[in-house]
Design a binder for this molecule. Structure first.
Ligand SMILES: *Cc1c(COP(=O)(O)O)cnc(C)c1O
Length: 359
């Protein structure tokens, strides 16, 4: 049996995109961000492929433990850190790095004697106002961590940008300045840049960059284009045409009868829907690649199916492969049609879609 919906993952494109990140910041070490199942691409396959990364970053302990259990020995940073002593024991046993962003975490760490020193990344809030110590707290935090026997030295310091996806937003420069002012006197290794800053803000590169989305071939800038940045799409989402019907001008298509045919046309039904992670909010006109042509989504996305205007390719037959995003249709473009970002589409591909890894 061949699977109807599949996500082909190009491991060579993944390696290529990592090399673009490295070239953009040649003097920095590179922490490849592989949280959320490597943005939906399969964390174990992605981790085994990205040998050239200096470290991996995940959001949570369970993601890091799964990597260790699968035999991944590379340095792994847990971006949200941990909350309890039991979790700290696991961190220690698995030789993981933790982020400390809050007093509660600091207290637990100072109160939990560990057998082996743990590597710590202090997170500073420089304007994102999500996680992180305020810069005024920084020197106290450094002091308590430097005098803790089970904390490995040197400490690392990091921050995260709120608006780096908009190259023209001065907020990023403000955050860089705030961060540098707070950390300058300490000569500790530092990290600021996500993908967008890696590609656009040299002064943010510091000792470690933390690229995520660009590794998967999506453009980190609003309204940007991955091709222009030499990034290659990693995931190609495909399914098949399971019906073709001819409808007449005035006929309505799909739930809610929201689309009305403006002329007679062949309408294909593709076996992909929000049950596969195709976004339900994709609007009429969202591009779908059929037999070398861009066709338009018509009407509402169903759980298992979408309808597509086949006027550009009247020759196609039932059974034909269709690309929803990937090599020919950028996931960023589909995301724009759906009023969201590529991150969400990539992370949202469901279990029903078979992943196929190539090269
Ligand atoms: C997710 C994440 C990144 C990567 O961001 P991208 O926009 O995907 O490059 C970097 N740093 C932190 C703290 C993150 O949570």
């Amino acid at each position: 049996m061949t699977n109807t919906a599949s996500a082909e993952i190009s491991l060579s494109a993944l390696r290529h995109n990592l090399s673009i990140a490295r070239q953009s910041a040649p003097n920095s070490q590179c922490m490849a961000v592989i949280k959320a199942d490597a943005y939906g691409h399969g964390i174990l396959n992605v981790a085994s492929t990205l040998e050239q990364a200096d470290a991996f970053a995940v959001a949570r302990l369970e993601e890091a433990s799964a990597l260790r259990q699968a035999g991944i020995t590379k340095r792994i940073v847990i971006l949200e850190g941990v909350q309890t002593s039991e979790e700290l024991d696991d961190v220690c046993a698995h030789k993981l790095d933790i982020v400390i962003h809050h007093d509660t975490q600091l207290k637990v760490l100072l109160d939990t004697a560990l057998n082996e020193p743990v590597s710590v990344w202090i997170k500073l809030d420089t304007g994102m106002h999500r996680l992180g110590f305020q810069t005024e707290q920084f020197s106290d935090v450094v002091q308590s961590l430097q005098s803790c026997h089970w904390v490995k030295q040197p400490l690392h310091v990091m921050t995260h940008f709120a608006c780096a996806d908009d190259i023209n937003d001065a907020y990023t420069e403000q955050q860089i300045t705030t961060f540098k002012q707070a950390t300058n006197d300490f000569s500790l290794p530092t990290s600021m840049a996500n993908s967008a800053a890696t590609l656009s803000k040299q002064e943010s590169h510091a000792d470690w960059i933390r690229p995520g989305i660009m590794l998967y071939g999506s453009c980190p800038f609003i309204n940007g284009n991955a091709n222009d940045l030499q990034l290659k799409p990693v995931m190609t989402l495909r399914s098949k045409l399971i019906a073709i019907n001819n409808f007449q001008m005035g006929d309505h298509i799909g739930y809610g009868a929201t689309y009305t045919c403006d002329k007679d046309k062949p309408v294909g039904v593709v076996a992909i829907g929000y049950g596969d992670g195709y976004p339900r909010h994709a609007t009429t006109g969202t591009p779908v690649w059929v037999n070398g042509k861009r066709c338009a989504l018509l009407g509402r996305v169903s759980m298992d199916m979408i309808s597509v205007d086949l006027s550009p390719c009247p020759e196609v037959k039932v059974g034909e492969d269709v690309e929803l995003w990937g090599e020919n249709i950028s996931v960023d473009e589909v995301a724009r049609y759906a009023g969201t970002i590529a991150y969400e589409l990539l992370c949202g591909v469901t279990q029903r879609v078979t992943k196929i890894y190539k090269d």
